[in-house]
Design a binder for this molecule. Structure first.
Ligand SMILES: CC(C)(COP(=O)(O)OP(=O)(O)OC[C@H]1O[C@@H](n2cnc3c(N)ncnc32)[C@H](O)[C@@H]1OP(=O)(O)O)[C@@H](O)C(=O)NCCC(=O)NCCS
Length: 195
């Protein structure tokens, strides 16, 4: 069953995020950081989020998005400035080599641009045994329905070039590739909807 994410789902969502989206910086910043992020997302009127709950009650997939991701991140930072600063500091003391990646993440919205589009798909993750069942395609469709219900007609998302699965799911939902952005040695693709 697909339903909105609730605060009590956050530990399971964190697990799915950590396990299957490890390349993003978020998991490296620790559970406290991620819990605050998802709590803000669930509480904020800007957040759009769904989970897939198995009959057993286990949460086995999720999608997170926002009608205005920039505003969501600003709100998140304003509410959690000290703990986020401490999490970043602890992380950088442990792994000083990651400073460049942290700066990239901070500068990421400015570099990607997004062409004046506020709504954004943020993260999606599906448990391995459920992959290939169109669950992710359905997650994106549900987010797009919710965006449309709220009068949002344009959206954006970035994916890593190696993420063929994410690309397919986006294209199946009417997104098209806008441009490639180079980050150090990596490529990131900006997809947009409704342009
Ligand atoms: C990406 C992901 C969410 C796709 O979930 P899913 O439920 O398997 O997706 P769907 O079943 O809706 O697949 C839609 C299409 O994409 C294809 N596809 C899915 N994952 C793929 C992959 N890794 N490589 C190539 N094709 C893939 C499916 O075969 C299907 O193709 P079809 O329509 O021609 O049959 C899932 O693989 C996942 O959780 N990956 C790890 C997390 C991640 O990378 N998230 C994206 C960045 S935030």
């Amino acid at each position: 069953m697909m339903r909105s994410m609730r605060e009590q789902d956050i530990p399971a969502v964190l697990e799915l995020h950590r396990k299957y989206i490890p390349e993003a910086l978020f998991p490296l910043l620790g559970d406290d950081f991620m819990t605050r992020f998802y709590r803000s997302l669930v509480r904020s009127p800007l957040g759009v989020h769904f989970v897939f709950e198995r009959e057993s009650g286990e949460v086995a997939g999720f999608i997170s998005a926002a009608t205005d991701s920039g505003a969501l991140y600003r709100q998140l930072l304003a509410e959690n400035f000290v703990p986020f600063f401490m999490a970043a500091l602890r992380f950088l003391l442990r792994r000083p080599g990651k400073l460049g990646e942290c700066l990239d993440t901070l500068l990421y919205p400015a570099r990607v641009g997004g062409d004046g589009i506020d709504a954004e798909l943020l993260f999606i993750s599906v448990e391995k045994d459920l992959r290939g069942t169109s669950l992710a395609t359905e997650f994106v469709a549900r987010v797009m329905e919710e965006f449309s219900r709220q009068g949002v007609s344009k959206a954006k998302v970035t994916t890593h070039d190696f993420n063929k699965g994410a690309r397919k799911i986006l294209e199946a939902n009417g997104f098209s590739l806008k441009r490639e952005i180079r980050f150090r040695s990596k490529s990131v693709y900006l997809f947009t909807y409704g342009e």
